[in-house]
Write a protein that binds this ligand. Structure first.
Ligand SMILES: O=c1ccn([C@@H]2O[C@H](COP(=O)(O)O)[C@@H](O)[C@H]2O)c(=O)[nH]1
Length: 275
């Protein structure tokens, strides 16, 4: 099953638009993991197993593993998700972007080494830099459009003219380019931050039903109601609302997994109230 098919099936069957982000920070782990040489894997696996009933996807962030030299844990974690929770897609958040010959290796890394169903990609180098990801029609390509961070507008809001029409912010060009030109296989999605409800609404108006990965609720303070109201598709889906720290570190006690499950369930229910 392709990433897009799996995502649509999961939206429906789990009745959830929640994505749990897997951003391990050992300093925040409960004390029971102290001294565990496989703490990163064991902590993340416990979170995955506790929250799986409430999610449409998982999103491991590669830097959180690579900085710890824990790429092997990431590989085993994704394999565990596929084995224990089949049908729940994994979006590898690596925001790759390079010339095509190198991007080919990034695609191999994400899809073949790690077994991810989708990967985040940076569009800044242009289409040839994203082409190796686009060519994997069964995998998702989640392209940065209007990111959640405070400085997102520094470049993404710059008004750019493409000669055929009046000037528009760069993120709107990205949205249109992806929806109209890059999505030939129907495997594209866009990153639009929860912290920018107005831009969510604008991008939705440009791209129709293209799914959005929406980070920025929870620790970054994005407004769930505004996200859903402004960016859902006509059928009340279209969103992968990602939360990492607010779920992972809901408790640092022995009840951490239950607390994470409760946080994921609460986010699911809050989203569903507004769909
Ligand atoms: O625009 C973006 C793109 C990616 N991220 C990533 O999402 C999570 C957010 O973590 P929280 O703890 O829920 O704030 C993290 O992995 C970021 O690298 C983003 O925040 N914004």
């Amino acid at each position: 099953m392709s990433f897009m098919q799996a995502l649509h099936t999961r939206w429906e069957q789990a009745d959830s638009l929640v994505c749990v982000g897997l951003d391990p920070e050992p300093a925040k782990f409960p004390t029971q993991f102290t001294g565990d040489p496989d703490a990163v894997f064991n902590f993340c696996r416990a979170i995955v197993d506790a929250t799986a009933p409430y999610v449409c996807s998982f999103k491991p962030q590669i830097a959180h593993f690579a900085a710890l030299g824990a790429e092997d844990a990431l590989q085993r974690l994704i394999a565990h998700i596929h084995a224990a929770h089949p049908g729940t897609p994994v979006i590898l958040d690596s925001k790759r972007g390079d010339i095509g010959s190198t991007a080919q290796h990034y695609a191999t890394e994400a899809f073949d080494r790690y077994g991810a169903d989708a990967v985040t990609a940076n569009p800044y180098l242009g289409r040839d830099s994203v082409q190796p990801f686009l060519d994997r029609a069964d995998r998702g390509v989640v392209i940065l459009c209007r990111t959640s961070n405070p400085g997102a507008g520094d470049l993404q809001d710059l008004v750019v003219s493409d000669n055929s029409r009046g000037g528009r912010p760069l993120y709107q060009h990205v949205a249109e380019k992806v929806a109209r030109d890059w999505n030939g296989h129907g495997n594209c999605a866009l990153v639009v931050g929860a912290t920018w409800p107005e831009q969510l609404r604008e991008v939705r108006a440009i791209v129709g039903d293209v799914p959005f990965l929406v980070p920025g609720v929870g620790a970054q303070g994005g407004d769930v109601e505004a996200v859903v109201t402004n960016a859902k598709t006509a059928d009340g889906t279209g969103l992968v609302v990602s939360s990492s720290r607010a779920v992972l570190y809901a408790s640092n006690g022995a009840d951490f997994a239950t607390a994470a499950a409760n946080a994921a369930k609460a986010l699911r229910d809050e989203i569903n109230r507004h769909r």
